[in-house]
Structures are given as structure tokens and as C-alpha cells.
Design a protein around this ligand. Sequence first.
Ligand SMILES: C[S@@+](CC[C@H](N)C(=O)[O-])C[C@H]1O[C@@H](n2cnc3c(N)ncnc32)[C@H](O)[C@@H]1O
Length: 219
Amino acid sequence: MAEASSRAIESNQSGPHERLEEVVSKHLRTVSRRPVADHTRLAFEAMQQWLGAGNSLPIILDACCGVGDSTRNLAAQHSDHLVVGIDKSIKRLSKERAVADPSNMLLLQADLNDFYRLLVQESIQIARHYILYPNPWPKAAHLGRRWHGAPVFSDIIKVKGPLELRSNWKLYLEEFQLALKVAGIASELEPFTPETPISPFEAKYHASGQKLWRLTAHT
Ligand SMILES: C[S@@+](CC[C@H](N)C(=O)[O-])C[C@H]1O[C@@H](n2cnc3c(N)ncnc32)[C@H](O)[C@@H]1O
């Protein structure tokens, strides 16, 4: 059962970070020279092989999939898609589940800071792109660790197609929305009540009575 005692996010920010636009604009102008970590390149190659055997079905990307339950749920809901869940934590990814995974899903350990760049470089087409409950990094000093404050934001928005983020921290999504606006991309932010939570974080925030938010865009 989901924990019902999760606390709402506390931050020393009362509104969007004052340097947000400056930071996003800089990242949009800059080409990353960061070398791709070996484990992420290997994971990417494993994905390419798996996709190659998948009869060209459309792909769903579940970025920051944690233990992979959202990947499992998305795979069950979209049996005509291939669902790829990515997380950097092998501990989370290795968490065993009683029921066998659907055959149309793949979980991979990779650093999304590199993985997104490879997706863009290799022009992998993504039909739906989810980032569910990203780590909030609520301190103002941690703006650069939020996806919209990191250099990889410019690659995230080059993954073409529908993008959906969910969070229990509205300000995170408001900032992501502003970052998209800097890049000329419109988006919609709305309250969200899951009928059936699809991930552990969604389940625990929902069970705690926290308000959830959803941001959707077409990148
Ligand atoms: C708050 S958890 C949410 C997990 C899951 N989406 C859920 O809703 O239950 C955020 C996840 O993002 C993953 N993560 C953070 N930075 C990452 C990165 N650079 N590359 C891949 N995964 C990352 C963490 O390991 C963690 O599992």
C-alpha cells in the first residue's frame, strides 16, 4: 500500500527562480561537449537492438522511471507501443515484481543527461514522452539540477512529440513551462487527479492528499 504521510515540498523560492530565463537561454545557445558515459552508451545500444526487433512499433519514453512501475503500466495500457523506462538507479530498477513484465517494455540504467543527447543525435522518434515526478531539487541553489535548469534541457525539447510531466510541486512545472516558453514552445499546466496512480511516487503523493499537477506540451 502507498504511504499516506508524504510531506508537501518546502522551498526557499516563492516564485520562479529569478535566473531561470537567463540560465535556460544560455543552455539553448550552448552545444554540450560532455562525454557520454560508457554505461549510458551501452544502454542506448541495447535499446536500439531491442527496438530493431520490435516491428517498428511506436515508442513511449518513460524518463526517470524509478522502479519501473509506470513503465509496466504504460506498457499494459499501450500494447501496440514499445515502452522504454530509463533510470540512473540500478537499485530502483532491480526491484523485483511478482508478475512478469509485459514483453513490450524495456528498463535500462542510464544517465538521462547523456541519453537524451543520444536520442537526438540518432533521430529516434518518440511517440509519447513522460517525465513523472522528477526529483524537485527545491532549494533555489539547485536550479541547475532541475531538468529545465540543466544543459540537457535543450536536448529534452528536441525529442519531438507529446511530452507530459507530472509533479506534486506546482512551481517545478511552472518553471518548466517558462523554460519551454523561452524555447518558443506552448504548454498547458493543470491540476491532475489520477484515477489509478501509475507510479509509486504518484501513489504516495495521492494517498497523502497532496495536489498533483500535469504539464503537457508538444515539443
Ligand atoms: C522522485 S523519483 C520518481 C520515480 C518514478 N517516476 C515515480 O513516479 O515513482 C525520480 C527518479 O529520477 C531518477 N533520476 C534522477 N536523475 C536522473 C538521471 N540523470 N538519469 C536517470 N534517472 C535519473 C532517480 O533515480 C529517481 O528514480
